[in-house]
Design a protein around this ligand. Sequence first.
Ligand code: AHG
Ligand code: MN
Ligand code: MN
Ligand code: MN
Length: 334
Amino acid sequence: MSRTSLTRFLIEEQHARRINADLRQLVAVVARACTSISIAVSKGALGGVLGDAGTGNVQGEAQKKLDVISNEILLEANAWGGHLAACASEEMDHSQPVPSEYPQGDFLLLFDPLDGSSNIDVNVSVGTIFSVLRAPPGVEQPGDTHFLQPGVQQVAAGYCIYGPSTMLVLTVGHGTHAFTLDRETGEFVLTQRGMQVPADTREFAINMSNQRHWEAPMQGYVADLLAGREGVRGKDFNMRWIASMVADVHRILTRGGIFIYPWDRKDPSKPGKLRLMYEANPMSMLVEQAGGAATDGRRRILDIQPEQLHQRVPVFLGSRNEVAEATRYHREHD
Ligand code: AHG
Ligand code: MN
Ligand code: MN
Ligand code: MN
């Protein structure tokens, strides 16, 4: 059986005029960086990569060694290719233009270098999430403000999950496709073309320990899920929470479900936990491209005009009828 490698897939997308040569090269470089991160992650204690880095990031989080290593791998891989103008990352205070000694490209790359980093030390799946925007034309050295584009402007988005197998899930705006890393050849191989999120589900993913801090419509929505077939929903729901967004979203892209990280009263100054630019936007594009939906409880995530690079947002994404239902509870309450 002939296999479609990521390289071949990208060249075919270019021939179909869905991407240009620079975007093809950019995605290939990100995939190579993810392969390097996958190798580092899989070494675990033998590679000396577990544990804290002893530093903090702009999000107010303690950095793990692998947060820092993954960030460096992505920066280094993308610096010299000539396809990028600047990078922004969960782990960096500000965006970073491509060093002036290298050729400048047309794209902006944003990433969460290591998602789910609280799971590294317990050997649970983690991942890398990325988003690609166009640099505004005529800007020589893009800064933070040039990244503040709504998610609908993304030209590509994806994640790599470092699980029992390493998989890259990618969209360039024409469906969502999954590739599995063949560790023997070092090549990503297309294993699912056109992923489809089932419209309905009986599975939800949420950190229930925050329940008492949620706002009224969230309390009402989840109470009705928990009431099961005896309640207004008329069916039983199951719950899953991995605490790696990549792994929870991967499950939802594979078999459906709703992923929720709502606003809560624990820290009212923050509009949510997850980051719009590195987590919510790329995951929303992937889910929408697979027939799912993504809102902040009220609005479509991809329509939100960002005001800050590290902006946070409530997230409801996955099976479209269930996301519509959760969104209805919020809109009706307002
Ligand atoms: P990161 O490791 O990139 O900081 O992201 C962690 C996020 C996300 O992956 C996950 O869904 C969520 O935090 C888990 O939050 P809780 O610890 O509240 O469960
Ligand atoms: Mn983090
Ligand atoms: Mn994350
Ligand atoms: Mn992270």
